[in-house]
Design a protein around this ligand. Structure first.
Ligand code: ADP
Ligand code: CIR
Length: 356
């Protein structure tokens, strides 16, 4: 069966998927006839099927990865495929342990010089979390998703001081408010075709929403790709302040909610790229000269394990040479060291920009 956008649903995968020439996803690389033969009729303990897990990469053959987990159990039941993808993306081998460290006092990120900081527009760090007692977003029922929303809202309403804020159900926002929040980089977009294909957009916008404090420097997305995306962000280049706020928020929320987690994979997320820390630390940075030198730009990114994205979210192109630079790895390294990756990569990019 040659896969592609003509496929409508996971059950259309009636035989071994073959990928069109040029497909680069890790799914296409590691899905062998043997793995297909063994797993194609299997499901995890919440009923999420192997076909559902691989459907996003089968329908969207431009995927980088191509798979999603329906629950923590998917990572066990579909391990023949997922382990290979995890090892390739993160360099994290079977049996390796993931150790967390959110101690902001360990960060070695001296403030950027004024001429360096001038390139950086804003800084954001997010982590993903999912409740331990439920399947992940792709495997939730409508009722479970509602329960997750209620539990998360109760948890976020317990934040105090600078972190205190208000929850806005997506359905309570006007179209104008919603668009403005997206444009200002505070809210997730709708209709991502990768998430659509794995079942994450079912019953949209029901039980989705956003919590934020007054300054919009601390936000929690509810029931998007992960059940919680905990976000700290602000204008400028003060990585230390952004991480300190996030770290305090995470410490607090662990006292009121129990998250899906294990010693090998760290925090469990629906996309295997986010496992471990589920942390993405990014800056929006203006690099007009380096940005024009695609190969050199990518070489620095590769050297420092950072990823270049457009500034309107993943899979977007950039305008005016403003880029989103973030840590690429998430698993097998501590939060502190991944923020260090981002800092080192950004520092190197600015140094290069200044020589051009
Ligand atoms: P993720 O939630 O996985 O980090 P996206 O790349 O989809 O994913 O980004 C989500 C939103 O966060 C987008 O609107 C994006 O512009 C915004 N964003 C990401 N990094 C920054 C940053 N450093 N400053 C401001 N906005 C940011
Ligand atoms: C893909 O495979 O391209 C999409 N499913 C997105 C995966 C990458 N996500 C990420 O880096 N956070």
């Amino acid at each position: 069966l040659v896969v592609g956008s003509h496929l409508k649903q996971a059950t259309d995968l009636v035989s071994f998927p073959t990928f069109p020439a040029g497909t680069k996803s890790l799914l296409s690389k590691y899905l062998t006839p043997e793995i297909w033969a063994k797993l194609h009729d299997d499901k995890d303990k919440h009923g999420y099927t192997f076909k559902q897990a691989i459907f996003s990469g089968c329908q969207n053959t431009d995927s980088g990865i191509g798979v999603y987990a329906g629950s923590h159990d998917s990572y066990t039941v579909f391990a023949d495929l997922f382990d290979k993808i995890i090892e390739k993306y993160h360099g994290h081998q079977k049996g390796a342990k993931h150790v967390s460290d959110m101690d902001y006092s360990k960060l070695q990120c001296p403030p950027f010089q004024e001429n360096e900081a001038a390139f950086i527009k804003s800084t954001r760090i997010r982590v993903g979390r999912n409740l331990a007692d439920y399947p992940l977003g792709p495997g939730l029922t409508k009722e479970q998703r509602k329960e997750v929303e209620q539990k998360v809202v109760a948890a976020v309403n317990s934040f105090e001081g600078e972190l205190a804020g208000k929850y806005y159900a997506l359905t309570s926002l006007t179209e104008e408010e919603r668009k403005q929040l997206i444009e200002d980089h505070f809210l997730f977009k709708e209709g991502d075709r990768f998430l659509e294909a794995c079942g994450l957009n079912r019953e949209w916008p029901d039980a989705r929403g956003i919590f934020h404090n007054n300054e919009k420097s601390f936000l929690v997305w509810v029931n998007e790709e992960d059940q919680l995306r905990i976000i700290s962000m602000q204008q400028g280049a003060d990585i230390g302040a952004v991480f300190t706020r996030l770290s305090k928020a995470c410490t607090h929320i662990e006292t009121v909610a129990k998250f899906a987690h294990d010693e090998h994979l760290g925090y469990i997320t629906s996309c295997p790229t986010n496992l471990g820390t589920a942390l993405r630390a990014s800056v929006h940075i203006h690099l007009p000269k380096l940005g024009a030198l695609k190969e050199e730009f990518q070489a620095i990114a590769d050297k420092f394990h950072v990823q270049i994205r457009g500034i309107h979210g993943e899979h977007t192109e950039t305008d005016d040479h403003v880029y989103d630079i973030s840590n690429k790895r998430r698993l097998g390294f501590s939060e502190v060291s991944l923020i260090q990756d981002m800092y080192n990569g950004v520092k190197a990019m600015i140094e290069k920009e200044l020589t051009l």
